[in-house]
Design a protein around this ligand. Structure first.
Ligand code: SAH
Length: 254
């Protein structure tokens, strides 16, 4: 089989965060599949076919791209950020597992990208400087009780928490409930960062404290970083404070 499927991360923003590897794979592709707004970020190449699909059609998009590659084409399927973080790479793997035997023999390449939490962290300092975890707040693919259990466990274990998919029109109350839940474990002064559309023209970064954090600070394009008990906000004479989590845990022998 001569086809190839590349699952490509575009990074969270504009072309500056597209890796040279990703750019090369995209130029070489015969066809590119993806959610419309992500496809719009792929530089246009004459003769390349584009297949835009809706955000929710991940399984169908993966199947279509796999079928196309299996017929011998060089196909790319794109995700914002990194394709392995709450994105297309796992959807493609699931379709390969469930699909025809021939798909397992396909040349599959996953091309990593800068994920949103790293881009947001870099804007404010080093909030992910010590142990951290990442969660999607979406309860489309898992029950809300499981999300609450994980929030409890992560906050009480001292992890900094990066929250993807914090809110949407179909999920209006979950973020407020999650913040309320985190206040059970963490002091009101815990630093919280809301990073919206980072790397794009409409980027907005808000640094606040858990006691003041409200769901209205977030929309679908926002990544939230909730600090641990050790995360600090260091005031600076001009501009925003520096938010960081010290590399050593309290009580560590140095
Ligand atoms: N694969 C993507 C994440 C997809 S889930 C990645 O690695 O970044 C979609 C969520 O990612 C959004 O709800 C938001 O929480 C976050 N996100 C994606 N792009 C972002 C950006 N430019 N700025 C802030 N958050 C972003």
């Amino acid at each position: 089989m001569s086809g190839q499927l590349a699952v490509v991360g575009l990074g969270p923003g504009d072309g500056r965060w597209l890796t040279p590897e990703a750019a090369g794979v995209l130029v070489a592709a015969d066809a590119v599949y993806g959610y419309g707004p992500y496809l719009d970020r792929v530089p246009v190449r004459e003769g390349q076919a584009r297949h835009a699909s809706d955000n929710r059609e991940e399984g169908a998009r993966a199947t279509a791209a796999l079928g196309h590659a299996a017929r011998g084409a060089k196909v790319a399927i794109v995700s914002g950020g990194d394709p392995g973080v709450f994105a297309m790479a796992a959807a493609v793997c699931a379709e390969i597992e469930a699909g025809p035997e021939a798909w397992r023999a396909l040349d599959l390449v996953i091309v990593p990208g800068v994920t949103a939490m790293l881009a947001v962290a870099a804007r404010v300092g080093a909030p992910l400087g010590h142990d951290f975890c990442a969660m999607s707040l979406s309860d489309n693919l898992k029950p809300w009780e499981l999300i609450e259990r994980r929030l409890d466990a992560a906050a009480s274990a001292g992890f900094v928490i990066a929250l993807y998919n914090p809110i949407s029109r179909a999920r209006p109350w979950q973020l407020g409930t999650a913040l309320e839940r985190l206040r059970r474990h963490l002091p009101d002064a815990t630093p919280v960062v809301f990073g919206r559309a980072v790397g794009r023209a409409d980027e907005r970064i808000v640094i606040t404290e858990l006691g003041d954090a409200v769901a209205a600070n977030a929309d679908m394009a926002t990544l939230i970083i909730v600090g641990s008990r050790e995360t600090r906000a260091v005031a600076r004479p001009c501009g925003a404070p520096l938010v960081y989590t010290p590399r050593a845990a309290a009580g560590a022998s140095t």
